[in-house]
Design a protein around this ligand. Structure first.
Ligand SMILES: Nc1ncnc2c1ncn2[C@@H]1O[C@H](COP(=O)(O)OP(=O)(O)OP(=O)(O)O)[C@@H](O)[C@H]1O
Length: 278
């Protein structure tokens, strides 16, 4: 695949160099391979996220973006390589209370839960077992809902909210845990422009306060000014680690396709080689 001018591309995929890991790395993915259904879905991926960075994970549908963030969060086992998260290589040593996760909204079924219940669940890593929510827990839930502009809907069931409002509630849930590292999987997908901007504004404030973020994105949208770097995956391999691509991706073609009943327009990046095989 050809590189865009001035854009660093992983040169030797068979023997990628092991980069020196900076001391302030919160996430280190070292030569990681993940198998799903016996098939390699991530192949020898190296990636680092340093404190204070906002890193986008980009690539075509099925390129491995969700798999990468799930491997980082130890929701999937790795077949080879190492994931170091907040300095720990094992689940037990990881301080999960320092991490916020906003999964893909479409994968969740929270229809009957109320907004307040969803956001309160974000305090669970801080709660002592069997004790009711503390004043601090309730305060953080309230503040998080205010921050995303959803305080007035706290008693409503999720099913009665729009997609964008649901997404804001999921962001509030992650914020309620006071994370130092926020991992978001497609926070803008199927989200109206107003909610996209609300999410971007909230993230901007958090980043200014020192938050680190790893965000899966199809389109950068209003998050673009916040992004410090992009990781681009293609068929499970890291093909770019550097500046956020201006238009499209290095060496890839792009086209638009309509997805879902809401007709949200997503930009899809394609590999020219794969297109030739079509
Ligand atoms: N449980 C599974 N078993 C087998 N294959 C899987 C499984 N989950 C995902 N895959 C495959 O792994 C590949 C990467 O999936 P992944 O969801 O990480 O891609 P993605 O880049 O996040 O895609 P999208 O943009 O569509 O969300 C895809 O080909 C997908 O079909």
């Amino acid at each position: 695949m050809a590189a865009a001018e001035g854009v660093p591309v992983v040169a030797d995929r068979q023997h990628p160099p092991t980069p020196a890991v900076p001391a302030d790395a919160l996430v280190e993915v070292d030569d990681v391979t993940v198998l799903l259904g016996g098939r390699p879905v991530l192949r020898g991926v190296h990636a680092v996220v340093r404190a204070g960075e906002v890193v986008a994970v980009m690539g075509a549908n099925g390129s491995g973006k969700t798999t990468l963030v799930r491997a980082v969060l130890r929701l999937l086992p790795v077949a080879a390589g190492t994931v170091r998260l907040l300095g720990s290589t094992g689940s037990r040593g990881t301080d999960w209370a320092r991490i916020g996760y906003v999964p893909q909204r479409s994968t969740l079924n929270l229809r009957n839960a109320t907004v307040a219940e969803v956001v309160t669940s974000g305090r669970l890593p801080h709660r002592r077992p069997l004790l009711p929510a503390s004043r601090r827990d309730r305060q953080r839930v309230r503040e998080s809902l205010e921050r995303v502009g959803m305080a007035a809907r706290r008693s409503d069931q999720m099913v009665h909210l729009s997609g964008g409002q649901q997404q804001r509630v999921l962001v509030a849930r992650a914020l309620a845990g006071d994370p130092e590292l926020l991992v978001m999987d497609e926070p803008l997908a199927g989200v109206d422009a107003e909610s996209q901007q609300a999410i971007a504004d909230v993230l901007a404030g958090l980043v200014a306060d020192g938050l680190t973020a790893l965000v899966v994105l199809h389109e950068t949208g209003p998050l673009r000014p916040l992004l410090t770097r992009a990781l681009v995956l293609q068929d499970g391999r890291l093909v770019h680690d550097g500046p956020v691509p201006e238009v499209g991706l290095p060496g890839g073609h792009e086209h638009h396709e309509l997805l879902g009943s809401q007709g949200d327009h997503r930009r899809v990046f394609r590999d020219p080689a794969a297109e030739e095989e079509d």
